[in-house]
Structures are given as C-alpha cells and as structure tokens.
Ligand binder design. Structure first.
Ligand SMILES: [Zn+2]
Length: 160
C-alpha cells in the first residue's frame, strides 16, 4: 500500500430564499439556494477537503480564505481546479472519490449524471472515478427542515 492515502471531507451550507443553488458544479432550480462566501457549492467543497486531507495539505479555508474578497462569490469549480493542481504538483493522482449529499428537496438523483460529467471535466478524471450519491434525512434535523445542505466525501490518492 505504499503511496496510497485516503482523505475525508465534510461541509454544511445554509439554504435561504433568494440565493442560487450550485451543487456539483451545476445550478439547480429551487426556491432556496446555498449561502456562503463563494458560490457555496457544498459538493465541490467536500471534494476539495477530502483531496487536501489525503495529501495532508490542510483544508479549503486554509488555501482560499473566506475573509479574502478575491474569493467572494467565486465559482467553486475554479477552487477545485486549483486543488487538483496543488495535489498533482505534490506528485499525487486521484484514484477515486465517493460523495454523499444530504438534501431533503429538491431531488438530487436526476442531476447526478450532469454533475459527474462536469466534475470529471474540471478534475481531468474519468467519470468512472467519481461517485455521487444523495440521501434525504427523512425530514429530521436541519437538512430535513430544509434549512441546510450537507455533504461528505472520501478520496483515495496515490503517488504517481
Ligand atoms: Zn463550503
């Protein structure tokens, strides 16, 4: 198992009316959207954190501060591209990533193929390396009350 490393990412964003809802690099049509300093794409943020964690390179907030006006409203796909460059510059390649998004409404499943295509393009990876899954929380907790969206990601990377 020489050179194999795993990483884990977790993130939450509030959902509020009047905000765009970016998820997995695509925009969902919904009455509420995710609130954040960037475009608040929780799915991309957990990929970034899992990859950085796997490479032992801190986290997304360390590299892209939410105090920095440069990142205000930024497309998270740009951050993900930067993270891919950071880990590839350290000699790593991505084996696979596996994501679970927790969202009560709207349904995520119909959008998963589009997300995978988008993420594969941004990360320069085959779609077969990217798994996106979704679950509700059965109307329980902040996700169930439609107050927020959360996501988890594990990533496997290896030294090229
Ligand atoms: Zn985030």
């Amino acid at each position: 198992m020489n050179g194999f490393r795993v990483g884990f990412g977790y993130d939450v964003h509030q959902l509020k009316e009047g905000y765009d809802f970016w998820l997995g690099g695509i925009k969902l049509e919904h009455v509420k959207g995710a609130v954040g300093h960037s475009d608040a794409d929780v799915l991309i943020h957990v990929i970034c954190d899992a990859l950085l964690g796997a490479a032992n390179m801190r986290d997304i907030g360390y590299h892209f501060s939410d105090k920095d006006p440069k990142y205000k409203g930024i497309d998270s796909k740009i951050l993900l591209k930067d993270v891919m460059k950071l880990i590839r510059d350290e000699g790593y390649e991505v084996g696979n990533i596996d994501i679970t998004v927790c969202l009560q409404v709207p349904k995520v499943n119909p959008h998963i193929p589009g997300m995978k295509t988008c993420l594969a393009e941004v990360m320069s990876l085959p779609e077969s390396s990217i798994s996106v899954k979704a679950t509700t929380t059965e109307w329980l907790g902040f996700v169930g009350r439609e107050e927020g969206v959360s996501a988890y990601c594990v990533a496997l990377i290896y030294k090229v």
